[in-house]
Design a protein around this ligand. Structure first.
Ligand SMILES: Cc1ncc(COP(=O)(O)O)c(C=O)c1O
Length: 418
């Protein structure tokens, strides 16, 4: 166990050339694959300091960071404060392993504060004029929807929505295709929708977008850290995520991906020091030829290092294992709920159409009462779903959750419906 802990710390620290306090980390020769696979769920649970007073089931809102990630974050923060240095070298060193974790190249990613920022950089940067149309899922989170609504308000673009619910992926793609006109310029989908956890067929949608000459952006806030992601294989043009949900990175972290040959299609809207490859007043500005052009000014390097080590932590478990664990826990929850009378489970059942979220309601109990009962009587930290009148409750199940957590939800619901 002590050995495993040592290896885990090494895995989280591992980074070629990583220097802290001017020293090179002794584990820095460790690259990929990471030295151990964490495969014991109790041991993984033990890596998180979670509040005993309740069961945490809201990773879709905010995900806790495991202790090794927080240790690393604090260590770098203390060190940089002590020396009063920015640590920009750490940001540059994080770029390649983080990009690789998501199947991208280091020139294709920018570090952001959250998913919303990445979504907004794309929505505000695409060249669109009044009357141009974009398509987005009707279940988009405000962090995915409002950047486009801003273009509607500012520039008169037309926002069209499709219903992402249903049990048939091909049907969803065909509903989207029905909305495409000669004015459609971009498509955005939530990879996993926030209200009910629908996993959308992003490869097929990428293909649809390509066939119609549309830019394809993915809001990946709910899928990064929930399942393996290979951005080049998906074939999207851009993608944004938060670090502080399923990845378990510190609060205020995010990643934006823009595929290499699409870089100049996104007009940089906020630039400054570090966005340029050369400038001179009054009339010269050359953008740097990477997605880093969207980062400017002094940044919080400990946060980026926390994000990098969160990816390393997840990689140590193995993203296929993470995905399968989420599927197993949600299957257990579905089975438990289905045994109760009249449960209305809104998340699709097919393995390829969902991840680690399950949303449900009961005709027997108003959803606010169900929510209140589960949070107050059973001390479950869950989320209420009021979007598009779904009127339900949402359970998120991640690597630190157990079968006992799932059973607590089922017991709570059983008691609520009487
Ligand atoms: C699909 C989706 N997009 C965007 C966001 C916003 O994330 P952030 O607050 O990190 O920008 C969320 C948050 O729940 C989300 O679920």
């Amino acid at each position: 166990m002590a050995d495993r802990r040592h290896f885990l710390k090494a895995a989280v620290m591992a980074m070629p050339g990583l220097a802290v306090s001017g020293r090179t980390d002794p584990a820095s020769h460790v690259h990929s694959p990471w030295p151990v696979r964490l495969d014991d769920w109790e041991e993984i649970r033990g890596q998180y300091d979670l509040w005993d007073a309740r069961t945490y089931l809201n990773t879709g809102g905010l995900g806790p960071s495991p202790r090794p990630v927080l240790d690393r974050f604090r260590e770098v923060m203390d060190d940089l404060q002590l020396r009063s240095e920015t640590g920009h070298n750490l940001i540059e060193a994080a770029r390649e392993p983080v990009a690789r974790f998501f199947g991208a190249s280091e020139e294709e990613i920018a570090f952001t504060r959250n998913a919303t920022e990445g979504n907004a950089i794309v929505a505000s940067g695409l060249a669109l004029k009044a009357g141009d149309e974009i398509i987005i899922d009707a279940h988009a989170h405000p962090g995915g929807a409002i950047p486009w609504l801003n273009r509607w308000k500012q520039d008169g673009i037309v926002v069209r929505t499709f219903d992402p619910s249903g049990t048939d992926a091909a049907g969803i793609v065909s509903r989207m295709e029905d909305l495409i006109t000669s004015r459609t310029r971009a498509i955005q989908v939530s990879h996993v929708t926030a209200p009910t956890g629908i996993l959308l067929p992003v490869e097929e949608i990428a293909d649809l977008a390509r066939r119609h000459g549309c830019w394809f952006h993915i809001d990946g806030a709910q899928s990064a850290g929930m399942m393996p992601i290979d951005l080049h294989a998906i074939g999207c043009d851009s993608w944004a995520t938060s670090g502080h949900k399923w990845l378990g990175a510190p609060h205020g972290t995010g990643i934006l991906f823009i595929r290499r040959d699409g870089l100049d299609r996104i007009r940089p809207t906020e630039v400054g020091a570090y966005s340029d490859a050369g400038y001179a007043l009054p009339d010269q500005l050359d953008y740097i030829q990477t997605a880093r052009r969207h980062e400017s000014g002094t940044r919080n390097a400990p946060l980026v290092e926390g994000l990098r080590s969160a990816c390393a932590f997840m990689d140590t478990i193995g993203m296929h294992q993470v995905r399968n664990r989420g599927l197993a826990l949600t299957a257990r929850l579905r089975k438990g709920l289905s045994a109760l009378d009249d449960m209305d489970i809104l998340t699709p059942q097919a393995r390829e159409m969902h991840g680690s979220i399950l949303t449900f309601r009961s005709p027997a109990v108003p959803f606010r009462d169900l929510y209140r009962h589960l949070t107050q009587e059973h001390r479950l930290r869950i989320r209420i779903v009021t979007e598009v009148d779904l009127n339900a409750v949402r359970i998120s199940l991640h690597v630190f959750n157990s079968e006992a957590d799932v059973d607590r939800v089922v017991e709570g619901v059983r008691a609520a419906i009487g």
